[in-house]
Design a protein around this ligand. Structure first.
Ligand SMILES: *Cc1c(COP(=O)(O)O)cnc(C)c1O
Length: 360
C-alpha cells in the first residue's frame, strides 16, 4: 500500500509464478519447462542476428514470425497475433474482447489462475463453472442458456493444471452454442497430444486459439506466444497492442521463434520423448499408490489417498525436488509434476517412494 499508487492497484491479485531458485542439483518439476533445450537452429539464428542492427527498432509487425505461424497452421498471416509470451497475448485478449460492462466471463473453477488475475486487472466480472467430479470440463454447462449473457468463455485445452483435454467435437459444440461471444482456447500444452481448435476456425469465427513457444518449443526464456483467430478479431488485438507497446517482440525473439517453428524434425522428436516419459511417469506414480488424472500435457496431476499434498510437496522440496502445489479448494491434495527426462522422473519417484515409506 502506498499513497502514490492509483486506487485500483490495491485490489489487484497478482499471479504467483512457480519459483526459480538458484540452488545446485535442484530438480525443477514445478513450471512445466521442457527438459530438453531448444532446437540448435534457434541458437544459431539468434547468434547470427546479434549484430549492429540491434541499434534499430525491430519489425513492429513481426512479419516473418506471423508468416511462419501462418504456414505452420495453414492460416493467413493476418490471422496471427504474436506477443511477448502468451501471457501478454492473453492480457490483450482480456482487455480487447472481454470488457463488456457487467457481462461475466465464463471459465472453469479449476483452470489457469492467471485468468482471474486479468479479470481483476481489467475489471471483468467472472463466473466460474465447477469441473465435473472427474475434473473434466462438462460441455453441457457451456451450451445451455446462460443466466446472463456472457462476455466470453475461456479455458485451457488441455486444461491446466488437470492435464485433461476436450475433443474438437466438444469445442465445436461450445463455440457453436455461443456464436456471439469469443471462445478463447488456451492451447499452451496442445502439442503434447490434444487436437488444436485452429482446425475449427473456418467453421467457428468466434474461436480464438492461444499458443506459446514456452512449453513444447522449449523457449520459456525467449517470451513468445501468439493467438490465431479471424482477421476481424486480430485487427482489434493489434489496436490494443499498438496502444500499449508497439514493439513487444525484440529482434532476437522474432528470429529465434521463426527458427523454432521451422524445425519440425527437432520439435517432433523432443515432444514425442516427453510424451513417452509422461506415460512412464504416470505408471510409476500409480505403482506408488497415486491417483493420476489422464494427462495430455507435459505435466501430470496426481494425489495420494494417504498422503497430504502440501506435506508431500514440502518433503520433496527438502530433498531438492520442486513440484507445484496449489493450496486451492478441490485441488489442494494434488501435486502438479512437470514431465522431465526419464532420469528426472526416476529420481522423483525414488524420492517419493522413500517419503511414503518413512511416513507410514
Ligand atoms: C505456461 C502457460 C501460459 C503462459 O505461457 P507464456 O507464453 O510463457 O507466457 C499460458 N497459459 C497456460 C495454461 C500456461 O500453462
Amino acid at each position: 500500500m502506498s499513497r502514490f499508487w492509483s486506487d485500483h492497484v490495491v485490489d489487484l491479485s497478482p499471479y504467483t509464478p512457480g519459483e526459480q531458485p538458484k540452488v545446485d542439483n535442484l530438480l525443477k518439476l514445478n513450471t512445466n519447462e521442457h527438459p530438453f533445450g531448444p532446437s540448435p537452429r534457434v541458437l544459431t539464428a539468434i547468434k547470427d542476428a546479434a549484430d549492429d542492427s540491434l541499434r534499430l527498432y525491430p519489425d513492429n509487425d513481426s512479419t516473418a514470425l506471423r508468416q511462419a505461424v501462418a504456414t505452420l497452421h495453414g492460416v493467413q498471416a493476418g490471422q496471427v497475433f504474436p506477443g511477448n509470451g502468451s501471457d501478454e497475448v492473453l492480457a490483450h485478449i482480456f482487455n480487447g474482447l472481454f470488457r463488456h460492462g457487467d457481462r461475466p466471463l465464463l471459465m472453469p473453477d479449476v483452470t489457469y489462475s492467471f485468468y482471474r488475475t486479468y479479470c481483476k486487472l481489467y475489471g471483468i466480472a467472472c463466473r466460474t463453472i465447477p469441473l465435473a467430479d472427474d475434473f473434466s470440463i462438462r460441455v453441457s454447462d457451456y451450451v445451455g442458456a446462460h443466466p446472463v449473457r456472457p462476455a466470453g468463455i475461456i479455458f485451457s485445452n488441455p486444461n491446466a493444471p488437470t492435464g485433461i483435454a476436450l475433443t474438437l467435437a466438444d469445442i465445436r459444440a461450445i463455440a457453436g452454442a455461443n456464436p456471439d461471444v469469443p471462445v478463447v482456447v488456451d492451447e499452451a500444452y496442445v502439442d503434447f497430444g490434444a487436437s488444436s481448435a485452429i482446425a475449427l476456425l473456418s467453421e467457428c469465427p468466434n474461436i480464438v486459439v492461444v499458443h506459446t513457444l514456452s512449453k513444447s518449443r522449449s523457449l520459456a526464456g525467449l517470451r513468445v506466444g501468439y493467438a490465431v483467430a479471424s482477421k476481424e478479431i486480430v485487427d482489434g488485438l493489434v489496436r490494443i497492442k499498438d496502444s500499449f507497446n508497439s514493439y513487444p517482440l525484440d529482434k532476437l525473439a522474432q528470429v529465434g521463434a521463426v527458427a523454432a517453428l521451422q524445425d519440425s524434425a527437432y520439435f517432433d522428436e523432443t515432444r514425442n520423448a516427453v510424451i513417452k516419459v509422461r506415460e512412464n511417469l504416470s505408471k510409476q506414480l500409480k505403482t506408488l499408490g497415486f491417483e493420476v488424472l489422464p494427462s495430455l500435457a507435459n505435466f501430470v496431476f496426481a494425489r495420494h489417498p494417504e498422503h497430504d499434498g502440501a506435506a508431500l510437496s514440502r518433503a520433496l522440496r527438502a530433498e531438492g525436488i520442486l513440484v507445484r502445489h496449489f493450496g486451492i479448494a478441490r485441488i489442494d491434495q494434488f501435486l502438479r509434476i512437470t514431465v522431465g527426462t526419464q532420469a528426472d522422473c526416476d529420481r522423483l519417484c525414488n524420492t517419493l517412494s522413500e517419503i511414503i515409506l518413512k511416513t507410514h
